[in-house]
Design a protein around this ligand. Structure first.
Ligand code: NAP
Length: 306
């Protein structure tokens, strides 16, 4: 029997684990991939306080994991498929049929890249269609690439891809970016980046060797054209990982978990932290704040109820 089980090992989950372990609660973190979550696949981070020259996502993830396990957090790899309630006790079932019991749960499952849902996307996934520049960028040395989206992810990862690519087209459905101004300035100053405004992708084409072109449509003129590219990197936002929860906790219309300011969900003893919850700003800095708040709320819940 654990005091707290944390599901998800990104910055929110690892911070929750740091705090619950320091509170001497018996704590287990279940992560289906690598500790660090999305941060692990981010090349460089320069808006997380304390690292004035920036830090790589991989290094920040390793540091957070080390710090949390130093205080006793246990980490197992596994995919949670169900959470059931037995009075105040929660039973967590993994895909490999392992089961764990706990007094409190902290959901920190983050989100997954949202697919474009256009023709060719599934067929060329892993053969030119990618959702992770850090993982796949180096395969495209000297090539032309397209990045879809106008948010922080698209523009930051587009900049990163200029390390390898000859040209990076940033295809955005409007004529103004959503990304932070400092990132925009860098992209506008980079000669390898070309913006394709007011345009949406319609089809990805290729052959046995992979992606060859991206068909796009100008949403203002209706004009259709195509870009000869060897890769398409999709950054149009993220969908929360809440499918395994079924109807357990209240979600909003976008399937994010609704919480109060103490990170409590609609179910007593189930707390939430990070990108998976309804919140206005999704940053590492806000995820770690959520993790700390959820941990302290879980501690209080256990003290008062179990
Ligand atoms: P995002 O901010 O939601 O941006 C998604 C982009 O994709 C938007 O420009 C959107 O266009 C476009 N888009 C959405 N659906 C589309 C579709 N079907 N077809 C074509 N374009 C589409 O997502 P994100 O950039 O992944 O960022 C997610 C969150 O993480 C944000 O809160 C962001 O600030 C944060 N983040 C922060 C950092 C950082 O601080 N360094 C880095 C990465 C991410 P519109 O602009 O027209 O809506």
């Amino acid at each position: 029997m654990y005091d707290v089980i944390i599901i998800g090992g990104g910055p929110a989950g690892l911070t929750a684990g740091l705090y619950t372990s320091r509170a001497r609660l018996k704590s287990l973190l279940i992560e289906k991939g690598f500790a660090g979550g999305q941060v692990m696949t981010t090349e460089w981070i320069e808006n997380y306080p304390g690292f004035e020259d920036g830090i790589s996502g991989a290094d920040l993830s390793r540091k957070m994991e080390k710090q949390a396990t130093k205080f006793g957090l246990e980490i197992v790899q596994g995919s949670v498929i169900d959470i059931s309630m037995r009075g105040g006790i929660k039973e967590i079932t993994l895909e490999d049929e392992n089961r764990y019991e706990t007094k409190a749960v902290i959901l920190a499952t983050g989100s997954n890249p949202r697919p474009l849902k256009i023709e060719g996307e599934d067929r060329y996934r892993g053969r030119g269609v990618s959702y992770c520049a850090t993982c796949d960028g180096a395969f495209f040395k000297g090539e032309k690439l397209a990045v879809i989206g106008g948010g922080d992810s698209a523009v930051e990862e587009g900049l990163f891809l200029t390390k390898f690519a000859e040209t990076v087209y940033i295809v955005h459905r409007r004529d103004r970016l959503r990304a932070a101004k400092v990132v925009q300035e860098r992209a506008f100053a980079n000669e390898k980046i070309k913006f394709v405004w007011d345009s949406v992708p319609e089809k990805i084409e290729g052959d046995d060797s992979g992606v060859k072109s991206l068909h796009i449509k100008n949403v203002k003129t209706g004009e259709q054209s195509s870009l000869d590219v060897g890769g398409v990197f999709i950054y149009i936002g993220y969908d929360p990982n809440t499918g395994f929860l079924k109807d357990l906790v209240n979600l909003n219309e976008g399937n994010h978990i609704i919480t109060n300011e103490n990170m409590a969900s609609s179910v007593p003893g189930i707390f939430v932290a990070g990108d998976v919850r309804v919140k206005p700003l999704k940053q590492i800095a806000t995820a770690v704040g959520d993790g700390a708040t959820a941990a302290i709320a879980a501690e209080k819940y256990i003290d008062e109820n179990l």
